[in-house]
Design a protein around this ligand. Structure first.
Ligand code: ADP
Ligand code: MG
Length: 722
């Protein structure tokens, strides 16, 4: 690839090749994720300081409409506590050589620890006249280094980039290093995008975009640059998705599974209830997919308790009817065991052969496991149930036609799950792969489904089976826990069962989330406490991740058979556990759990068609705004789709990419949903490129292809089909 050699070497040089960067500074840069010159070039300004809008205090417009800014020294501060339930306000006086400006922030007691007399600060906001003095209410503010007080530096452009900082790295240092990196990297930086494409959209070339975003002369400059960089990022993502879709279409095929009326009736006979309309609709969509040679790639989303399991079972039985095999993968052994039990029960008396593939810790288990594996390879089992780890291992099927992944919340896994080692080839030379069905109780917001899931078909099970009474939710403080447990007793006396969820197994457990686990309730102590409170007429059982499989199965079966009234558990019961008689749940330290997790936990109760109103009590002491918002949200609705939206609001969409949950590298520049128009553009362009060159094998796409693989190869499970 002519020309790229130089670019690669220059851009990938470590930061310590820059003058003034020794080991200590390199470590500080490392903290910001800045290791190479290329990283510095990609370290974009958070915002710009508009130095032209800054004036002397005496010249500020006081129309309470024009945004102005000023810099000066804090001359006085005052905290005015709130009265009669009102919040307090923090007041300060700012002075420059032209006059004084009064500043007021409402509800901002924390500023007492941030703004002090003598400090140099810059403020920005709308200014009004108050008692004949200029005043800004709730202005934006930042602390200034002393040197910045005397106006802008000599070479100042009007817009000065402000970079994310880290302690010990003053702004001028970062600015200088980035300037240096730009000078060295940009001259040889090649644009991976075809030139006509970029020109057609009226966008700057890549090197120009970086130059403009770091050194804009006009406000429009950095906007155009940001647009180009966002588009770049989204195009790479969409190219990855389109490449994969093209690969599946051209190189893969799945067994066509017929669904006649006779087969349909035969399958339905097995279900102990009539399916809801929503379940019927989703099943029809799945049956349609399965009848085609194109591998199905479908996500079924439905709230906890909406009845996803029978939908999956229907798909699996279509595979069995066609004399092929199906696999069901669950996230935990507990859930795999439960699926095995309930599916075996529904299929009792049929000739469908179902097996559970468990871990092989003990000698007898590993022997049994080996035998099961052999039988699966011989086609002696029709339906194989296990955890994802077990099934994705080295398992060989005789003829796997449908693979179901249950309760999958990690979206990256959904993406990757599909392109696994290709099996045999069909007459057209396509690799035979199973159809894929992924089930989740965490719905995907539409905007996300456009970004990461361009190639995933989505079915939604709306509503719940009839007869469900929505849970009543209570959020209470720790001080109420005595009352909660004595009320629990009255519910147990009515024959109900309950879960009590705590964050730790015992006092030596260090798996609890966060590092501060002192004073947290654990399974062992809580069970002891409950034994005391509830007395001998009620039985308390315990379940957690440290029990062996056999012990755990025993506990769960006892609880299911009502040999225990209360099950004290860690979050091992979070997904899928289905005990219809359990109608009360108490979550201790609820503030420590994520919102989606709390909703999942709550999904364990109210699963039976009972007239008793299920009750969920969240005991918590939220201390952060986010925790408070989570507690509010969980109490406000039982609707999983609303919970998912609230969750996204609390955590922010930007937070989603690059998290463990997304499994995707973070988007650095593009913002969803703000950049949805660019996303549409990128989608269209990517499709056009892939239509003419689906492997990006043409020489003019060589760099593009390398970059797509670099960024999304792993996350999307792209196979390099050279
Ligand atoms: P989830 O969507 O959370 O996986 P499940 O598949 O475990 O939900 O179903 C929850 C409960 O509802 C189970 O006990 C299941 O047997 C029951 N169920 C599912 N579909 C129906 C239906 N159509 N009518 C009555 N009960 C149903
Ligand atoms: Mg389920």
């Amino acid at each position: 690839m002519p020309g790229t050699g130089k670019q690669t070497s220059e851009a990938s040089l470590p930061v310590k090749t820059l003058p003034g960067v020794g080991p200590a500074r390199a470590r500080l840069l490392d903290r910001l994720g800045l290791r190479t010159l290329s990283d510095l070039v990609r370290h974009l300004p958070q915002r710009y300081e508009d130095q032209s809008a800054e004036g002397r205090i005496a010249d500020l417009q006081t129309d309470n409409n024009t945004v102005g800014s000023a810099r000066g020294v804090i001359e006085a501060t005052r905290w005015v506590p709130g009265q009669y339930g009102k919040k307090g306000r923090f007041m300060a006086t700012l002075r420059d050589d032209s006059g004084t400006l009064s500043l007021v922030w409402f509800n901002a007691g924390y500023l007492r620890e941030k703004i002090f007399v003598g400090q140099a600060v810059r403020v920005q906001g709308k200014c009004r006249s108050f008692n004949d003095y200029p005043q800004m209410a709730n202005p934006k503010w930042e602390r200034l280094d002393e040197e910045k007080l005397d106006g802008a530096p000599a070479n100042a452009a009007r817009l000065r980039p402000v970079y994310p900082l880290t302690e010990g790295l003053p702004a001028p240092v970062i600015e200088k290093l980035i300037a240096e990196a730009l000078d060295r990297v940009l001259p040889t930086l090649e644009d991976p995008l075809p030139a006509e494409l970029v020109a057609g959209h009226n966008m700057p070339a890549l090197a120009d975009a970086f130059r403009l975003i770091h050194r804009p002369a006009e406000p429009e400059d950095h906007k155009a640059a940001r647009r180009r960089l966002s588009y770049n990022e989204l195009l790479l993502l969409q190219l990855g998705i389109a490449m994969k879709r093209a690969y599946v279409a051209k190189r893969q095929a799945a067994p066509q599974l017929e669904c006649s009326d006779a087969i349909d009736a035969h399958i339905r006979e097995r279900f102990p209830f009539k399916l809801t309309d929503a379940q019927d609709k989703v099943i029809a969509e799945i049956a349609e997919d399965l009848s085609k040679a194109q591998p199905m790639n479908r996500l079924v989303q439905g709230d906890v308790g909406s009845g996803k399991t029978v939908v999956a079972l229907y798909a699996m039985l279509l595979a069995v009817a066609a004399r092929t095999q199906a696999a069901l993968m669950a996230p935990t052994e507990l859930l795999a065991e439960q699926h095995h039990r309930s599916i075996s029960a529904m299929l009792e008396g049929s000739d469908v052969r179902v097996c559970l593939l468990t871990g092989g810790q003990s000698a007898s288990r590993s022997k049994k496991r080996r035998q099961t594996l052999e039988a699966i390879a011989e086609g002696e089992f029709d339906i194989v149930i296990g955890t994802q780890a077990l099934v994705t291992d080295a398992i060989k099927f005789k003829h796997l036609a449908v693979a179901v992944v249950d309760e999958q919340h990690r979206f990256g896994v959904m993406q990757k799950a599909r392109l696994r080692e290709p099996g045999e080839t069909d007459a057209a030379g396509r690799h035979m792969v199973p159809h894929h069905l992924v089930m989740t109780a965490t719905p995907i917001p539409r905007t996300l489904s456009l970004t990461i899931f361009g190639d995933l078909d989505v079915s939604t099970i709306t509503g719940k089976p009839p007869g469900r009474v929505p849970a009543q939710n209570r959020v209470v403080g720790q001080d109420k826990s005595g009352e909660v447990y004595s009320y629990l007793k009255t519910r147990l006396e009515r024959g109900e069962q309950a879960y009590v969820v705590v964050p730790m197994i015992d006092s030596t457990d260090d798996t609890a989330e966060g590092n501060n686990s002192a004073g947290l309730r654990n399974v062992a102590d809580t069970a002891k406490m409950l034994n005391d409170v509830l007395g001998p007429q009620h039985t308390v059982a315990q379940v957690h991740g440290r029990l062996s499989n056999d012990e755990r199965e025993q506990v769960m079966s006892d609880f299911r058979n009502h040999k225990a009234d209360v099950l004290v558990a860690t979050t091992v019961i979070e997904v899928g556990v289905d005990v219809p008689n359990a109608s009360v749940m108490i979550v201790e330290h609820a503030e420590r759990f994520g919102l989606a997790q709390l909703h999942q936990l709550r999904g364990r109760i109210g699963r039976g068609a009972s007239s008793r109103r299920p009750l969920c009590v969240f005991i918590g002491e939220p201390t952060t705004d986010d925790a408070l918002a989570r507690m509010d949200a969980i109490a406000s609705t039982n609707d999983g789709f609303k919970i998912a939206e609230l969750d996204l609001q609390i955590r922010g969409m930007g937070d989603f990419f690059g998290t463990r949950q997304s499994g995707m590298p973070p988007l650095r520049t593009a913002r969803i949903p703000e950049d949805l128009d660019l996303l549409g553009l990128a989608r269209r362009d990517a499709q056009q490129i892939i239509n003419t060159d689906w492997r990006l094998s043409q020489p003019e796409h060589a760099l593009l292809r390398r970059v797509v693989h670099q960024h999304y190869g792993e996350a999307l499970g792209l196979i390099d089909v050279g």
